[in-house]
Design a protein around this ligand. Structure first.
Ligand code: GLV
Length: 307
C-alpha cells in the first residue's frame, strides 16, 4: 500500500497511479485504511510528523527534484530509502523558463518594458545567442539537460558541478577555482543547485559581486541560496541588471518584501518546473520494481550529500 500526499491535483495523481499500475493500492488522508499496511509514501510538501504515523515504512518517494522538505526532520526514519525525481518532465519546463529569462535580456525586453512606461521609442542593440555567456550552477539531472539544450540553441554555456563531468558542448568547471572562474565569465548566472548546508547563502555580495558588470541572476533552485539584501544592493548599485526569481526564502513571498515592486526584479510564484503526474508516477513505479528486484533505485538521496 502506498500513501499519497500532494498539495493539489490529487485526482490526476490517483488516476496516473491507477492507470499505470491498477493493482497498487493507493490511499490518501481521509481514506479508511490501516497505517500499519502502508509500505511506501509518495509526497510533496509532507506535513510535519507524517512519516511517524506509518510504522512499517519501506521507502519514501519525494514527488519533486529538491528534497529539502524531506531531510532534516525528526519523523523520517534514517534507515529507509528516500528517493527523489530525476527530471520527470521538469527539465523541459526549466529550459522554457530560462529561455524566457534569457530572451528578455538578450533582446532587451526588460529595457523596452521600462521605455514603454516612460513613453520612449528607442531601439537597443540586441546581442546574438552566441554572445551570451551562461553559467549554470548545478549540473544534476535538470542542470545537464538545461545546459545541453541551451548550448544546442547557440548560447555559450558553462556549468559548475561538485564532481567532474564531461558534457558535450558545455564547459564544465569544478572546485572552488572553477566556481570563481564561472562567476567571472557569466553574463547570466542560473542556479539549479540543490538546497544543502553548503549552498545556503551562496549567492551573496561576494559571489554575485564577481559577476561581470550588468550580469543577470536567474534563480530557479531555492530562495535560501540568495542573501536578499546583498542582491538588492547589487541591483540598486547597477552592478546587476536584473534578477529573475522563481523561489524565495519564504513562499509565498511576504507582502511588503522589496522584491515585489523592485524595477529590476522579475518574479514568479515557484512555477518554473512543476511535477507532472504521469512521468513522475512512471518513475516511482520503475523504482518500486528496481527495489523489488534488489537494484538501487534511480534518484536515491545520499545522506552525505543531502541530494
Ligand atoms: C520543486 O521545487 C522541486 O524541487 O521539484
Amino acid at each position: 500500500m502506498l500513501y499519497l500526499h500532494v498539495d493539489s491535483g490529487l485526482d490526476s495523481w490517483r488516476k496516473a497511479f491507477h492507470q499505470q499500475q491498477p493493482d497498487l493500492q493507493v490511499v490518501v488522508a481521509g481514506d479508511d485504511f490501516d497505517p500499519a499496511a502502508v509500505r511506501w509514501v509518495a509526497a510533496w510538501n509532507p506535513p510535519e510528523a507524517l512519516f511517524a504515523g506509518f510504522p512499517n515504512l519501506e521507502g519514501i518517494f519525494a514527488l519533486g527534484a529538491g528534497v529539502d522538505a524531506f531531510v532534516r526532520r525528526d519523523d523520517l526514519p534514517a534507515d529507509i530509502p528516500l528517493i527523489r525525481l530525476l527530471d520527470a518532465g521538469m527539465a523541459q519546463q526549466m529550459v522554457e523558463y530560462i529561455l524566457w529569462a534569457l530572451l528578455t535580456v538578450q533582446r532587451d525586453f526588460d529595457v523596452y518594458a521600462r521605455q514603454q512606461q516612460q513613453g520612449i521609442w528607442q531601439e537597443q542593440m540586441a546581442r546574438s545567442m552566441g554572445e551570451m555567456r551562461l553559467g549554470i550552477l548545478g549540473l544534476g539531472a535538470l542542470g545537464q539537460k538545461v545546459a545541453q539544450q541551451l548550448a544546442g540553441l547557440g548560447y555559450k554555456v558553462a556549468g559548475w558541478k561538485r564532481s567532474p563531468l564531461i558534457l558535450e558542448g558545455v564547459q564544465v568547471l569544478t572546485g572552488d577555482q572553477g566556481f570563481d572562474d564561472l562567476l567571472k565569465q557569466s553574463d547570466v548566472l542560473i542556479s539549479l543547485l540543490p538546497n544543502t548546508t553548503q549552498t545556503r547563502g551562496v549567492l551573496n555580495r561576494s559571489t554575485l559581486g564577481r559577476l561581470p558588470q550588468g550580469a543577470v541572476l536567474v534563480n530557479v533552485a531555492r530562495g535560501v541560496q540568495v542573501v536578499d539584501e546583498d542582491l538588492l544592493q547589487l541591483l540598486d548599485e547597477g552592478h546587476l541588471r536584473l534578477a529573475v526569481l522563481d523561489v524565495f526564502h519564504q513562499e509565498p513571498l511576504v507582502q511588503g518584501h522589496p522584491f515585489w515592486r523592485h524595477p529590476r526584479v522579475v518574479m514568479t510564484p515557484h512555477m518554473a518546473a512543476a511535477t507532472l503526474p504521469e512521468p513522475a508516477v512512471e518513475q516511482v513505479l520503475g523504482n518500486l520494481q528496481r527495489l523489488a528486484s534488489g537494484q538501487e533505485p534511480l534518484g536515491l538521496v545520499r545522506a552525505d550529500s543531502g541530494y
